[in-house]
Design a protein around this ligand. Structure first.
Ligand code: NOJ
Length: 567
């Protein structure tokens, strides 16, 4: 490290540094296992990420969000953490993580890590101690152990349904081998739920936050953030629970946890940032997580789940902006992540929206059309006010991969009885080079990647796309560069433009406009000085279907006839 470069802890503490960076940041999600393999064992690692930092800098991202990188049996891709203060040996060491955070900071890139408060791994020392200590022990109080119902305790304590389908309770054996208590797990049995009424659980997580914040981490992504608090009376699931009435989703007491975390984050001279994974349909309840003393931002899944339909997407954008306004929080724009069908595939299907329970094998897909739409969606989301998340590989336009069943590891597949293909199809290792056994994911003599890459990915590799000015990679790079340099796009208010039912069109500030055509035929663009960028070439000046254009326009003179709402 150059001696005149500040360490990330120092960078983070620099007075005058941009404290509001997270309001408009572009955050790139790194699924370490599949990003780049530095040691050639077939699995991505921190050395691989370090070697590709120049690529991330040239893409123009402000921060990286790393999926859980901790020691874990990987029963759920690392969301089963056995030690929060270390790195999975498959990925490297704690020292490697510290160097990575520093090197990224030297390139102006901040680091966000994943924290999983709802559960730990069944391999975590606390859970192993709880099993060993037996019923009634203080060790069991950190989890939810309960006797079963029925004459011999053979029935599950509640009828709660797992987020991964199937039961939420697993029965233990007593130390003497007799059938014992049950424990709660909203996900797999390898992910026992923590009891957030226990002071150890609260203290431990606040300590873990400090541990990483002290190492220069700029923020945390909070996994399954609406789930950690349970109704300790363990009632049956109500048919249609009102706000705050569900026994394990979005309980009112949950906000105390994040207020305490915000207090920790705010003790740093450059305050650390809390980003919530909050899946809630109720917009008002969602916004409560973003009050000024709670999280800074939360993922906006409403937009991501919409079908390719102008009215649906426009309504989602309006809803999103309206729900964030009262709490003063920026919106986030997310097209996918490590749980979601890749946009190129999703938008190429008849059912172009997203729902976990609609995923199936063998769904017909028009990848060419999906790619066109994903390009248009990339520009659309990059033009909206707020922060932007890019899942690794979306900048290459990678499609979802339908893997052979015998290679699938994701528990969602197994718990669906094999009906849901699971999430491994969006976690296939990235192609970096046009040739080689792993397309540059690992070294030339490396073992095969932990999931196989389709042969067609050579043409989607970073090297192939670098050489093609019309590639998805060039589009992303140009869009992010423009986003940085255009003050209207960065900070201007959004004003809707009316270009008909099949367009999503808006101005940002005075002189920037974005127009997306979701209809069947070309549309005319509004008057403009010049075209900054388009997702597909204009045809005789018209915007073709499934395309977005970014325009330099004339500032409005007074109230425009096309003005509808201003946010
Ligand atoms: C949400 C994460 O994104 C997902 O990958 C994980 O399986 C669950 N939370 C459980 O931790």
């Amino acid at each position: 490290m150059d001696s005149d470069v500040l360490s990330p802890a120092a960078v983070a503490a620099t007075p005058g540094a941009d404290l509001d960076w997270w309001r408009t940041a572009v955050i790139y999600q790194v699924y370490v296992r599949s990003f780049a393999d530095g040691d050639g064992d077939g699995t991505g690692d921190l050395a691989g990420v370090r070697s590709r930092l120049p690529y991330l800098a040239s893409l123009g991202v402000d921060a990286l969000w790393f999926n859980p990188w901790y020691p874990s049996p990987l029963a759920d891709g690392g969301y089963d953490v056995s030690d929060y203060r270390d790195i999975h040996p498959m990925f490297g060491s704690l020292a490697d993580a510290e160097v990575l955070i520093e090197e990224a900071a030297e390139l102006g890139i901040r680091t966000i890590i994943d924290i999983v408060p709802n559960h730990v791994s069944a391999d975590h020392p606390w859970f192993r101690a709880a099993l060993e200590a037996g019923p009634g022990s203080p060790e069991r109080e950190r989890f939810w152990f309960r006797p079963g119902g029925g004459e011999a305790g053979e029935q599950m304590p509640t009828d709660w349904v797992s987020s991964f389908q199937g039961p939420t309770w697993t029965r233990t054996s007593n130390p003497d081998g007799t059938p014992g208590e049950w424990y709660l797990h909203l996900f797999t049995p390898e992910q026992p739920d923590l009891n957030w009424n226990h002071p150890d659980v609260r203290r431990e997580h606040e300590d873990v936050l400090r541990f990483w914040f002290d190492r220069g981490v700029a923020g945390v992504r909070i996994d399954s953030a609406a789930l950690p608090i349970k109704d300790a009376r363990f009632p049956a699931l109500p048919d249609s629970p009102g706000p705050g009435e569900h026994p394990h989703v979005d309980r009112d007491e949950i906000h105390d946890i994040y207020r305490a975390w915000r207090a920790v984050a705010d003790t740093y001279e450059q305050p650390r940032v809390l980003v919530g994974e909050v899946w809630l349909e109720d917009a008002a309840r969602f916004a409560r997580y973003l009050r000024p003393d709670e999280m800074h931002t939360a993922f906006n899944f409403d937009f991501m789940t919409q079908p390719w339909d102008a009215a649906a997407m426009r309504a989602s954008i309006s809803r999103t902006l309206a729900e964030h306004a009262p709490v003063g929080a920026p919106a986030t724009w997310v097209l996918s992540n490590h749980d979601i069908t890749r946009p190129v595939t999703r938008y190429g299907r008849e059912d172009s929206g997203f729902a976990f329970d609609r995923k199936r094998f063998g769904m017909p897909t028009d990848v060419e059309r999906g790619t066109r739409r994903a390009r248009a969606a990339a520009l659309l989301t990059a033009a909206l006010p707020g922060s932007l998340y890019i899942y690794q590989g979306d900048e290459l336009g990678l499609p979802e991969v339908e893997l052979p069943v015998e290679l699938i590891e994701d528990p969602m597949h197994f718990r669906s009885g094999g009906v849901d293909p699971g999430r491994d199809g969006c976690r296939v290792p990235l192609p970096w080079e046009r040739a080689g056994a792993s397309l540059g994911f690992g070294t030339d003599d490396a073992r095969s990647p932990w999931l196989p890459q389709p042969g067609t990915w050579a043409a989607l590799s970073v090297a192939a796309q670098e050489a093609d000015p019309a590639s998805m990679l060039h589009l992303y790079r140009a869009a992010l560069a423009h986003r940085r340099s255009d003050a209207d796009l960065r900070a201007g208010a959004l004003t809707w433009l009316d270009l008909g039912d099949h367009a999503i069109a808006f101005r940002r500030g005075d002189a920037f406009a974005s127009v997306t055509n979701l209809g069947e035929g070309p549309i005319a663009l509004p008057a403009h000085h010049s075209v900054h960028l388009t997702s597909s070439p204009l045809a005789d000046g018209m915007l073709p279907p499934d395309s977005t254009a970014w325009l330099a326009i004339e500032p409005p003179s007074g109230e425009s006839a096309t003005r509808r709402t201003t946010k």
